[in-house]
Design a protein around this ligand. Structure first.
Ligand code: 5GP
Length: 109
């Protein structure tokens, strides 16, 4: 079971922002911005690379709802998903980082 499956199951507590039958959003434990929320599908896919594309419509609507709920939709925000080792993914359960609450710097690669 992944860490995030355990959060979905209620075995590990989270600071929940939004939820429906398929998706959950909660605050990141180690925020990288004033607002840093993770949006995940409740059913585990390892990463964006492996997700069934038919889920993505629902995932997109859910992220939009989370951004509205957090008051980020007017000012803007950033959505990131890390994929695999080179992408810096630590938790092998698809998740989208929703970052905002300030003017975000861009990372020099
Ligand atoms: P990744 O590096 O896989 O893209 O991101 C994993 C994220 O999960 C990190 O930003 C990390 O801070 C967050 N995280 C790790 N463990 C926990 C936890 O137990 N609870 C919450 N809310 N976030 C976690």
């Amino acid at each position: 079971m992944t860490l995030f499956e355990r959060i979905v199951a209620g075995e590990i507590p989270c600071n929940k922002v939004h939820e429906n039958s398929d998706f959950l959003a909660f605050h990141d434990i180690n925020p990288k911005a004033p607002i840093h929320v993770l949006a995940i599908p409740k059913k585990c896919a390892r990463s964006f690379q492996e997700v069934d594309p038919s889920w993505m419509g629902g995932m997109t609507s859910f992220i939009q709802e989370v951004a509205r709920k957090l008051g980020l939709d007017e000012a803007g925000y950033r959505v990131i998903t890390n994929i695999g080792y080179d992408g810096g993914q630590e938790v092998p359960h698809l998740h989208f980082h929703i970052l905002g609450g300030t003017r975000l710097a861009w990372v020099d690669l």
